[in-house]
Design a protein around this ligand. Structure first.
Ligand code: ADP
Ligand code: MG
Length: 673
């Protein structure tokens, strides 16, 4: 039992006497200490941990295990057979390392324990080769696999963590899982430096352990149940603070006034007539809901969600025109310049036809006072002191990318009606939790004229077939996107990789076609020209990085090839795929991945789901299932919420409990830390 465990007591559970009470006062400032303050953490490890987002003692303590490994039986090598996960121990005879296809490596080591010899295999951990010296003692946990004994975890020397009930952390390639364990262990005594944010009365009523105990058992449980009990306490905090924040925002809103816009009038009638199609029932429903909000003086806070291509933009423009109609301004904000330009291209013509002035805000128009009826720009530009003379409706696209701070800055002092728009369907369970202060309008289905994109998944060796099919469609006059692999590098590196790929395709598979290359390093003007050329069919193929993810709208583009699709998140591929299938023509999406046996189970499931369905809501549920803790659909990255412990699916009852308590917990501090 660790020091930390002995110091703490499991309050509220039935064994409070088991451990002596905590000694000493909490010193929360110590939780903010950099990690090299811990024994055994030097500069190099500190830097690697920082890449995992772990910079302080607090970060490490709140680094939740992804799962736990149950104890495994130890067997002799001679007894080794079958599929079960077991532990073997022995001595290294020799080691070898070789590359596998697709930038992967395999390290194998002959191991003996006197009864027999096995070949143990490590994938993608090239550094292991240096650690496995002939004669070294090892303890391996794993099972028989294609390349011998497939090692899941291991101990070197005399350590014995591997066979026991142990946490498994989300680890990066550079840091072996057991190093993360060691760092957590070193940080663990600091759990006593937390002040418990939950009042004792609440803790007691909800039968929740102390925060410090919850953290201790999260990392060092003696059973799965104990770990779960600790996790629930931490999840409860998160959900409670979220509920309290939502309640505060709602209260804030009630103190703000927005102009009441009355009933729709003549401009709206002309808009409806100008549309070349009838609105779908879902669009009409969303519009009714928006109208109900706009007559009120409480600012609208509505989330308009609908899958890519479901027709949200039409509804958004409706809301903007409602502002214009009453002599005020509407603003449309996008997260990136490319997106802002796309929106501008989409709505400028129709605005012109209606006699509504529409301006694209660029960095050159900074500090100006803008008087156009409808202003389109990035969120950053609008925040940086642009004055809109009379903003009544703001549409915020892809709202999950905006942080709370930005969202609040927008509403500050102005009190416009705000319509948030997202093409990333948010599962209902999540919407309730994270966007609890937003009303929700959902466009459930796209216009009936659209055919679902036919998606196929192939492995790299079949890429030539995909290009054969692609070139046939190009000859028929269609256009296509080729999406470059997702690499985690600087934007410049990503851009260079895209340029190289475009150049390669121009020489090889696509030599008979006109190929453009779109990436984030291009200047706005160049990007606009490129998009216009693609739209005017002066280019056949657009090789692009993920900058095309949202907003690009070219109906004649009916084919998309996504390279190394296994590297992308489910939601991201779905977004990308939404760039095709925008016209009446049948569209195709080809997902290319590495060989199937080189993929993680998770990647296989993602790709299978994408082939199976093009329903964004269904995919969002799958995504939620696959991701488990917290990191749902980019919500985590946005800083909108940072849920490490709560699990939306599993924790519904906990959420209800937190919700019930929230009104009484309004005196809580700003954050659970
Ligand atoms: P989203 O913004 O949800 O991705 P858009 O509003 O861009 O979707 O619409 C996608 C495409 O469908 C556009 O080309 C748009 O003109 C068209 N569209 C929108 N609403 C309808 C409708 N009711 N009937 C037919 N086509 C529509
Ligand atoms: Mg759109």
């Amino acid at each position: 039992m660790t020091e930390a465990r002995r110091q703490t007591a499991f309050a509220g559970l039935d064994r409070p006497q088991a451990w002596p009470a905590t000694r000493g006062r909490p010193r929360p400032e110590r939780l903010d200490a950099a990690l090299d303050a811990l024994d055994g953490v030097g500069v190099t490890l500190k830097r690697r941990l920082a890449k995992l987002g772990l910079e302080t003692v607090r970060d490490v303590l709140e680094h939740a295990p992804r799962r736990y490994e149950a104890a495994a039986d130890e067997v002799t090598i001679a007894e080794l057979h079958g599929e079960d996960e077991v532990v073997v121990a022995g001595e290294v005879l020799n080691v070898s390392k070789r590359p596998l296809r697709g930038r992967r490596t395999l390290v194998t080591a002959r191991i003996t324990d006197g009864t027999a010899t096995i070949s143990a295999a490590w994938f993608n951990q090239p550094w292991i080769a240096e650690q496995l010296k002939p004669g070294a003692r090892v303890r391996l946990r794993g099972k028989n696999g294609r390349y011998g004994f497939d090692v899941k975890s291991y101990d070197l020397g005399e350590a014995r963590a591997t066979a026991d009930f142990a946490p498994v952390y989300p680890a990066a390639e550079e840091i072996p899982a057991k190093t993360v364990r060691r760092v957590v262990e070193a940080a663990l005594p600091h759990v006593t430096d937390y002040f418990d944010p939950l009042p004792a009365a609440v803790r007691e009523q909800e039968s929740l352990p102390l925060k410090r105990d919850a953290l201790a058992v999260l990392h060092k449980p003696s059973s799965e149940d104990e770990a779960e009990c600790g996790r629930q306490r931490l999840a409860f905090d998160e959900l409670l603070f979220l509920q309290v924040a939502i309640a505060r925002r709602a209260a804030e809103r009630q103190r703000t006034l927005a102009p009441s816009l009355g009933e729709p009038g003549e401009l709206i009638a002309r808009y409806r007539k100008a549309l070349p199609f009838a609105l779908t029932p879902y669009q009409e429903q969303a519009i009714r809901e928006i109208d109900e909000d706009l007559v009120r003086t409480m600012p609208m806070q509505r989330l308009l969600q609908g899958d890519v291509g479901s027709g949200k933009t039409v509804v958004a423009l409706y809301a903007l025109l409602r502002a214009v109609e009453s002599g005020r301004q509407g603003a449309l904000m996008a997260p990136t310049v490319t997106l802002a330009e796309q929106h501008f291209i989409t709505i400028a013509d129709i605005c012109f036809d209606l006699g509504v002035t529409c301006t694209l805000l660029t960095s050159a128009s900074k500090k100006a006072v803008l008087t156009a009826d409808v202003v389109v720009g990035t969120h950053a530009l609008i925040q940086e002191g642009i004055e809109l003379h009379d903003l009544a409706v703001a549409v915020v696209d892809e709202q999950h990318r905006f942080g709370v701070a930005q969202r609040e800055a927008l509403a500050e002092g102005r009190g416009p009606h705000v319509l948030h728009m997202t093409a990333t369907p948010i599962p209902r369970t999540l919407a309730l939790t994270v966007y609890g202060d937003l009303a929700l309008s959902t466009i459930e289905k796209p216009p009936a004229s659209r055919k679902p994109v036919v998606t196929t998944w192939i492995t790299e060796e079949r890429v030539p077939e995909a290009y054969t099919r692609l070139t046939r469609l190009l000859r028929e006059g269609r256009q296509a996107y080729v999406v470059c692999p997702l690499i985690e590098a600087s934007e410049t590196t990503v851009a260079r990789a895209a340029e190289e790929e475009a150049e390669r395709l121009r020489r090889a598979e696509l030599r008979d076609f006109r190929v453009g290359c779109l990436h984030g390093r291009l200047r706005a003007g160049e990007r606009r020209k490129l998009m216009a050329a693609f739209k005017a069919e002066e280019l056949d193929v657009l090789v692009a990085t993920t900058v095309i993810e949202v907003g690009v709208d070219v109906a004649n583009a009916t084919v998309m090839i996504v390279q190394e699709a296994d590297r992308f998140g489910l939601a991201q591929v779905h977004q990308l795929r939404g760039r095709v299938g925008r016209g009446a023509e049948q569209s195709f999406c080809v997902l290319v991945s590495r060989a199937k046996d080189e993929l993680t189970e998770n990647a296989r499931e993602r790709l299978e789901a994408l082939v199976r369905t093009s329903d964004g809501f269904e995919l969002a549920e799958v995504d939620l299932e696959l991701r488990r803790h917290g990191q749902v659909l980019g919500v985590r990255q946005s800083g909108m919420t940072d849920l490490r412990f709560a699990d939306f699916k599993r924790d519904r009852p906990l959420l209800e409990r937190a919700r019930a308590i929230a009104p009484r917990a309004s005196a809580l501090p700003e954050s659970p830390g």
